[in-house]
Design a protein around this ligand. Structure first.
Ligand SMILES: Nc1ncnc2c1ncn2[C@@H]1O[C@H](COP(=O)(O)OP(=O)(O)O)[C@@H](O)[C@H]1O
Ligand SMILES: [Mg+2]
Length: 176
C-alpha cells in the first residue's frame, strides 16, 4: 500500500488524528506536513502535543517568524515552519538539519515541500487540503512503508473511513 487518505470532518477530527499520531510516535520520528494556508497543519500539531502531555498554558503556534518552536512535552517536539526559510544552507546555519536528524524528540515540519532535502527519508508525509468545509488528509512514506500501524487503530471521531491512495504527498507543489 502506497498511502492512505480520509476526510477530516471538522477541527476536532484534525486534533484527533494529531493525538493518535502523538500516542504512537517517539524519539527520532519526523512528520513532514504539506498543504496550503489554513489547511490544518498547526491544528494537527496541537493534537500531537496534547497527546504528549503539553503543559497547560503553553501555546502551539506556527513558528512562521521564529522558524522553530520547541515544546516541553513528554517526548520533546520540535515544531518547524519553512514558510520563510529560503534555502537548505540557511537551515544548516541555524542547526535545523542536525536537530531533525539527531534521533532525539519528534520533529514536525510545516511547509515541508519547500525543502524536501531537510526531511529525513523515514519521515511520515502528511498532506492536508481544503475539501468543501472539511479537510482531506493523505499520508504516505517515501519508501511506501506499511501504514497499518496507523489505520488499524481506533479511528478518531470525524475521521473517515481510510482508503488506499496512490498519491504522493511530497509531490504537490508548495506554492505560497
Ligand atoms: N478538518 C477540519 N475541518 C474544518 N476546519 C478545520 C479542520 N481542521 C482544522 N480546521 C480549521 O482550519 C483553520 C486553520 O487551521 P491551521 O491549523 O491554523 O492551518 P495551517 O497551520 O495549515 O495554516 C483553523 O480555524 C482550524 O480550526
Ligand atoms: Mg500553521
Amino acid at each position: 500500500m502506497r498511502g492512505v487518505t480520509a476526510v477530516l470532518h471538522g477541527p476536532e477530527s484534525t486534533l484527533g488524528l494529531g493525538r493518535l499520531l502523538g500516542s504512537s510516535l517517539g524519539d527520532g520520528d519526523v512528520l513532514a506536513l504539506v498543504g496550503p494556508l489554513g489547511a490544518g497543519k498547526t491544528t494537527l500539531v496541537q493534537g500531537l502535543a496534547e497527546a504528549l502531555d503539553l503543559p497547560s498554558g503553553v501555546p502551539v503556534q506556527s513558528p512562521t517568524f521564529t522558524v522553530c518552536n520547541e515544546y516541553p512535552t513528554r517526548v520533546p517536539i520540535l515544531h518547524v515552519d519553512l514558510y520563510r526559510l529560503g534555502s537548505l544552507s540557511e537551515a544548516e546555519d541555524i542547526g535545523l538539519v542536525d536537530r531533525l536528524f539527531d534521533g532525539e524528540g519528534i520533529g514536525v515540519v510545516e511547509w515541508a515541500g519547500r525543502l524536501p532535502a531537510l526531511i529525513p527519508p523515514t519521515a511520515l508525509w502528511i498532506r492536508l487540503e481544503h475539501q468543501a468545509g472539511s479537510r482531506r488528509v493523505t499520508i504516505a512514506e517515501r519508501d511506501g512503508g506499511d501504514l497499518s500501524w496507523l489505520i488499524d487503530q481506533r479511528t478518531p471521531t470525524g475521521v473517515g473511513p481510510w482508503e488506499e491512495s496512490s498519491e504522493m504527498p511530497w509531490a504537490v507543489p508548495s506554492s505560497h
